[in-house]
Design a binder for this molecule. Structure first.
Ligand SMILES: C[S@@+](CC[C@H](N)C(=O)[O-])C[C@H]1O[C@@H](n2cnc3c(N)ncnc32)[C@H](O)[C@@H]1O
Length: 280
């Protein structure tokens, strides 16, 4: 078992680097995920944890090992349905002059979310339109996976329709590689959601799904406050199915207007809200 001091030190490290909350009770997870890293260095778990104080490379590996990267193609289905049926037609009308869309997959994990969106845009965007999907995550290992665009058989079995597998993937050895033309559409960038969002521009749709659950209330509020100017005034924000704006401070909850689209709540910027910024 992890010594309490070693667990506290890993928990503080993860909190500092990612804002993710690793409370007591998660000792088993820390032990299971860090033991292979310690073993690879020929160290016991506690010796390894002590080393983290002065080894940035190992700290990065620890962050990679402790992020929860659970994802799948077209996860939960209904957000993608709402995107195709309602958001996209509305944006096509609103952007008729510029004919350009920008989408942000804001905690992209291994890329299934970004590439699911890329497939839908490939199918539904009229000729003459351009688009960019920006895929960001804190885990450098996950970002490498998005860049590689290769998935195992088990991964493609999770939510990817057979027709899309045939249309967009090529078999390479035991893996499936996503088409170059979709990969070209996805710009991969390292980003800590709890740090400033510099130089990203604004987006028409932000997918911020299944990541706020790992943060405390203050971090979640800070992220959603700083997300407001990142979204075009007529854009859409999508959260995970267990995430909501209901528990935010009242001014911030009011700044995000909830709009039910089919089975999914989408969030839109309330007009002309003035908010107190907490930085960044
Ligand atoms: C459970 S996955 C969600 C993936 C995808 N959005 C989905 O809904 O399927 C959560 C992702 O959030 C990332 N993450 C955790 N803390 C983060 C932070 N502070 N900044 C950016 N990404 C973070 C993790 O690395 C992980 O890939």
């Amino acid at each position: 078992m992890t010594a309490p001091s070693a667990f506290a030190s890993v928990s503080a490290l993860v909190r500092k680097e990612t804002s993710m909350v690793y409370d007591e009770g998660k000792e088993y997870l820390v032990e299971a995920r860090l033991t292979p890293l310690a073993t690879a260095r020929g160290l016991g778990l506690e010796q390894y944890v002590a080393r983290l104080a002065f080894d940035a490379d190992e700290r990065r590996k620890v962050v990679d090992a402790l992020t929860i990267n659970e994802t799948s193609w077209f996860r939960d289905h209904s957000p993608y349905q709402a995107f195709t049926d309602v958001m996209l037609p509305s944006l096509l009308e609103q952007r008729a002059l510029t004919r350009r869309l920008r989408i942000w997959s804001a905690a992209c994990s291994s890329g299934q979310e970004a590439y699911s969106i890329a497939m839908l845009l490939d199918q539904h965007l009229p000729a003459g339109w351009s688009h960019e999907i920006v895929a960001t995550d804190i885990s450098t290992a996950m970002l490498d996976r998005v860049r590689n665009g290769r998935y195992s058989q088990v991964e493609v079995n999770r939510g990817l329709p057979a027709t899309s597998l045939v249309r967009y993937f090529t078999r390479v050895g035991r893996e499936w590689e996503i088409a170059e033309r979709l990969r070209e559409r996805v710009r991969v960038q390292h980003l800590n959601l709890a740090a400033p969002y510099v130089g990203l521009g604004t987006f028409d749709v932000i997918w911020l799904r299944n990541v706020l659950i790992y943060f405390d209330a203050a971090t979640k509020a800070d992220i959603l406050r700083r997300m407001l100017p990142m979204l075009a005034p007529d854009g859409y924000l999508l959260l995970g199915s267990s995430e909501t704006t209901l528990d935010l401070p009242p001014d911030l909850a009011a700044a995000w207007q909830r709009e039910q689209i089919g089975r999914v709540p989408a969030y839109r910027r309330a007009p002309a809200m003035s908010l107190t910024s907490t930085g960044a």
